[in-house]
Design a protein. Structure first.
Length: 367
């Protein structure tokens, strides 16, 4: 085709355009990866709960931080929802001492062994009822802390320090932008509330398994789906809005820049276009050549940007405290398709110019 022939003959000029497309694609991919990474940091542990719905105190505003449930409420939730399975889960944020003496925060999730709240262990062993001073920690916790399975870690909460032994490693993700740590629910009560009595809350939320549980409610509680629970994590909605705005601007600017480049190229070829029309070529035929060029250049740019983004992510993950960037196959596919489509839309500027070219005037201007 004529469009491909021109690319081959004007390699340097089209290579520069392909470089611009690559940089734009790289930028948009990194923004999308940042969005996925931030979502993972915000609540991948919640998404990994083995539950279909989550029940909160109706006074908490769907906030895990503010939700507190008594034993009576937990029992009522289990009965009134008629869930296939249920499990109370406690939450608190607490500081721990790193191997180098620094202090960091972690999300402590309290569960009962043998329930659906129990996380999957990838190294070490599961907690038992006798492990009052035992912890299961996410792999990111081990990375940030410099500790390993079998080590002792000091937890600081309510002006009290207590030593725990790491008995197992999980891969459940983060919660509230903190690595997740799992401990027994009885231990969590002591750490968070001190003296435990009949009035002490026994859980923050209740995990529910079964169909049609989202939207259920009763005296003192309400249940929602995991997706709704995730959307109500503090900071998530604002974060997602920001990332989505950056994505939209990235696609828009990418399409406009590519469109402007090919519009300028079209203006430079008015004479050639006029000659082609003079010998019988239609405006659609000429515009089709332009679109072929746009498609080839945009696909080439995206094809280079994807491995470049992947290598950048690998390099970032080697850092002691990596930026929260993550990619999925869906991220690459969706971003690539949208970038190519926006490039094609941007090329419509050239189509209008091609249609306006009059062969006689164009040829006259070249004399």
């Amino acid at each position: 085709m004529i469009g491909l022939l021109e690319i081959r003959r004007r390699k340097f000029q089209f290579a520069l355009i392909a470089l611009i497309v690559t940089l734009i694609s790289y930028l948009v991919l990194m923004i999308n990866g940042l969005g996925v990474g931030l979502n993972d940091q915000a609540g991948s542990a919640l998404r990994n709960f083995d539950a279909d719905a989550i029940a909160y105190s109706d006074k908490a505003g769907l906030s895990v931080i503010r939700s507190e449930l008594s034993q009576e409420q937990v029992d009522r939730i289990t009965v009134e929802t008629d869930a296939k399975a249920s499990a109370p889960l406690g939450y608190m944020a607490a500081n721990y001492l790193k191997d180098n003496g620094g202090v960091e925060s972690a999300a402590f999730l309290a569960f009962d062994p043998g329930t659906i709240a129990e996380p999957k262990v990838v190294d070490g062993r599961m907690l038992t009822e006798e492990d009052a001073d035992g912890l299961l920690v996410d792999k990111s916790f081990l990375r940030y802390s410099g500790l390993d399975v079998g080590d002792t870690v000091t937890i600081s909460v309510r002006l009290v320090e207590r030593d725990f032994r790491i008995v197992g490693e999980t891969d459940e993700g983060a919660f509230f932008f903190q690595p997740s740590v799992y401990l027994l629910r009885s231990t969590w009560q002591e750490l968070k509330y001190g003296n435990v009595d009949a009035s002490t809350p026994v859980a923050s939320i209740v995990l529910l398994e079964g169909k049609g549980l989202a939207g259920a409610s009763g005296p003192g509680w309400q249940a929602v789906s995991k997706s709704t629970a995730f959307a109500n994590i503090e900071g998530v909605s604002g974060q997602q809005s920001t990332v989505q705005a950056l994505r939209a601007f990235g696609y828009l600017i990418g399409g406009l820049v590519i469109g402007v480049f090919f519009y300028v190229l079209t203006l430079q070829k008015i004479g050639q276009i006029g000659m082609m029309k003079a010998v019988g070529a239609s405006s659609f035929f000429v515009f089709r050549q332009v679109m072929v060029q746009v498609l080839c250049i945009s696909v080439a740019g995206v094809a280079v940007a994807i491995p470049l983004t992947w290598l950048t992510n690998r390099a970032i993950q080697q850092a002691p405290n990596p930026v929260p960037i993550a990619f999925t196959n869906g991220t690459f596919i969706t971003t690539s398709v949208l970038l190519v489509l926006m490039a094609m839309v941007g090329a419509m500027f050239s189509g209008r110019q091609v249609a306006k070219v009059d062969p006689i005037i164009a040829l006259g201007q070249q004399q």
